[in-house]
Ligand binder design. Structure first.
Ligand code: HEC
Length: 316
């Protein structure tokens, strides 16, 4: 096998190929793997050293083999090595696709007429052009039948399908990238790993003002159903990330906590703290918060109850 490429092309090409593959296969989130995992820097240095070592070994093997050749064989080897590498197949196809006659054969296709010395060659249409033209005719027939005769689908359905798949993809993406939550997309987290992470965050940041059990101190009671700044995961997330009213002492935690951490601590407050009975409850502040989404089905049951009540009244 002849070595077609020079070493100074081969080594960087392989190096960047391996680098690219590594970046492709290592899932390192937003950062490139080479920064996220410093060990990969070491790996790439190793790859470089190995590539150079392989080159050195190959060239010294070639050298040794060369020395063992007879004089005549040496010469043949050098000649074959010096032969320029040509991409014969590519060149020939290129020529064929152009379909032009060589200069020497132009007398065969020259036309009789002569306008003030300007003469015309009867060249054939270049095959690449002809094939494209035929292909466009076939395409046009298929297109016409498919979209104007059989009405396969319209641009509008195509658009709607794409939007629908894109929405699904966004949902999938959001699931994998929990850290992307904001107060619009945040949902109450129920996984115990998230809640225990939330508990840790609460105990190291919040207990000074809200107490371990959420009973309240400098900050309000978090166990009751009264909220100054609104209950429910979205409001609580907003309060924690943006802080309370000015001068009250509740800072904006978005400087210190990541969005996912805020979601975790908010979920912890709502599931593990809210609704429990604290040792020293602070008096309720704010209004009782009713979830606007959860309240929707409630009236229906109430009405049903009233109906049964009224029937029982009639029975009496
Ligand atoms: C320096 C004391 C302090 C710390 C620390 C603190 N808070 Fe607060 N927190 C407050 C005060 C004061 C308020 C009331 C704000 C207002 O009235 O606007 C409050 C309000 C809240 C509310 C809204 C309560 C309501 O009734 O609407 C939530 C939820 C809350 N804090 C959660 C947390 C969480 C979670 C942490 C830890 C990451 C934390 N707080 C850390 C002082 C604190």
């Amino acid at each position: 096998m002849k070595n077609k490429l020079l070493w100074w092309i081969r080594v960087p090409a392989l190096f960047f190929l391996i680098f690219g593959l590594m970046e492709y296969f290592i899932d390192s989130g937003k950062q490139p793997a080479i920064i996220a995992y410093p060990i990969t820097q070491f790996f790439m240095v190793l790859v470089l050293i190995i590539l150079i070592a392989i080159e050195l070994i190959l060239s010294s093997i070639e050298n040794v083999m060369f020395q063992t050749l007879s004089e005549e064989a040496k010469e043949r080897y050098l000649v074959s090595k010096a032969e320029k590498w040509e991409w014969k197949w590519g060149k020939e196809t290129y020529k064929k696709m152009l379909g032009s006659k060589p200069m020497e054969a132009e007398t065969e296709i020259i036309l009789d007429h002569n306008y003030d010395g300007i003469r015309e060659l009867d060249n054939k249409l270049p095959p690449w052009w002809v094939y494209l033209f035929y292909a466009s005719i076939v395409f046009a027939i298929v297109y016409l039948l498919r979209f104007h005769v059989f009405n396969d689908y319209t641009q509008i359905t195509e658009y709607e399908q794409e939007v629908a798949t894109a929405k699904l993809e966004i949902e999938e993406y959001k699931k994998t990238a929990k850290d992307l939550v904001d107060e619009d997309s945040v949902e109450l987290l129920a996984e115990s790993s998230d809640l225990s992470a939330g508990k840790k965050i609460f105990e190291s940041n919040c207990v000074a003002c809200h107490m371990v059990d959420g009973g309240g101190g400098i900050g309000p009671n978090l166990t009751d159903q009264n909220w100054i700044l609104g209950g429910g995961i979205k409001n609580v997330f907003h309060t924690i990330s943006e802080g309370g009213r000015d001068g009250k002492g509740m800072i904006a935690w978005k400087q210190t906590l990541k969005p996912l951490e805020i979601a975790q601590v908010a979920s912890y407050v709502l599931t593990e703290i809210n609704g429990k009975t604290p040792a020293n409850p602070k008096a309720a502040e704010g209004d009782i918060w009713v979830d606007p989404n959860a309240s929707a089905p409630a009236p229906a049951t109430e009405i049903q109850e009233q109906v049964t009540d009224s029937t029982s009244v009639v029975m009496n």
